[in-house]
Design a protein. Sequence first.
Length: 194
Amino acid sequence: MKLRLGVLGSGKGSNLRAIVECINDGRLNAEVRLVLSDVANAGILDLARDLNIPAMYVRPGRFRTKLDPEVEQDMVRLLNEADVELVVLAGFMRILKGALLSSFAHRIINIHPSLLPKYPGLEAWKQALKSGEKETGCTVHYVDNGIDTGPIIAQKKVSIEPDDTPERLHARIQKAEHELLPMVIADLQGSAGG
Ligand code: GAR
């Protein structure tokens, strides 16, 4: 049985692309049933439409860092209507607080561009570079109501070169993300007995 995914994103959607590529070449037995974004002109929505995946903008409401409670409820409804089993946050830049967490308990994962618990929040690669770290990486974790907190599932390390720029480092971290996230989804699919 294919694992039915719902993907939430606010950005360009390169992690969505990586998931779909792994599905297409048979490394991941899953299907993306729905893509939702809180950003009307996010690249992830265009990408989803190009890939013939149902995609929708959800107006986030009155807060800057979280969603209105009724918006979370709407998203739960949409994800349930699409029969989604696992929700993947692929660059979704808002904290979840209510209905999504309770309805998809232990069924929401997030990818973050640092070796958590170090450097949660925005532009984590810049934080790691500024702190003089020799290595950083990316983390996939279960989502709770904090900022990039929740039980860690897997991490992939990326070394920081002496002459690294934020752009170069971020690009290498993203490459690691594109390997790690589909692999974790495949593992979850396997352990779900699918
Ligand atoms: C990814 O690097 C992801 O780790 C990050 O947003 C980017 C989305 O890229 N997420 C966070 O920082 C979450 N705190 P994408 O739109 O190309 O997949």
